[in-house]
Ligand binder design. Sequence first.
Ligand SMILES: Cc1cc2nc3c(=O)[nH]c(=O)nc-3n(C[C@H](O)[C@H](O)[C@H](O)COP(=O)(O)O)c2cc1C
Length: 174
Amino acid sequence: MKLEALEVLKNRRAIRAYKPDQIADEALNAVLEAGTYAPTGAGTQGVQIVAVQSPENVAAVDALNAKVLNNPAAHPYYGAPTILLVFETQACVTHELDGAAVCTNMLNAAYAVGLGSCWIHRCKQMFELPEGKALLKQWGLPETLTGVASIALGYAACEQPVAKPRKADYIVRV
Ligand SMILES: Cc1cc2nc3c(=O)[nH]c(=O)nc-3n(C[C@H](O)[C@H](O)[C@H](O)COP(=O)(O)O)c2cc1C
């Protein structure tokens, strides 16, 4: 299933309930590739994307985010079978913004290929903790990576949410 670009941008919503089924590789690849084509400051591509899919690693990242939330019983990724982590590599002064652009591309691409997704906060704090640094080391990545954002990704187990009305003064034309 592929949707028109403007339809995707308008209708993508944050999904907060997921089926346990792992997503198809083809869909994951489309989402990841869309991330790599996001704009980055001076075209430096100073972003590292990590796709987390093994149940052990997904559980570890979920628990780490819950720890930052100070609520060990929480499941901040809502049971999603895939978690995408977006890090900045400090390659450009725009590093954090680059990561946000990559994240947004992947959220929209996810909707375009029929997946549910949700931007999940606290990635920076997660990978400042010793447990986060240990995961980076285990994955063969530099411990100097700085978290920007993360994404819960999977097949939605809920109705498509309806967007709130847009605020009246969102746009000023001058
Ligand atoms: C920077 C940022 C951080 C967010 N963090 C979370 C989060 O930790 N957990 C969550 O459920 N949603 C999170 N969201 C999703 C927003 O709550 C959601 O995008 C917003 O309510 C609007 O809904 P929509 O995406 O369906 O338009 C985050 C969104 C952004 C942009």
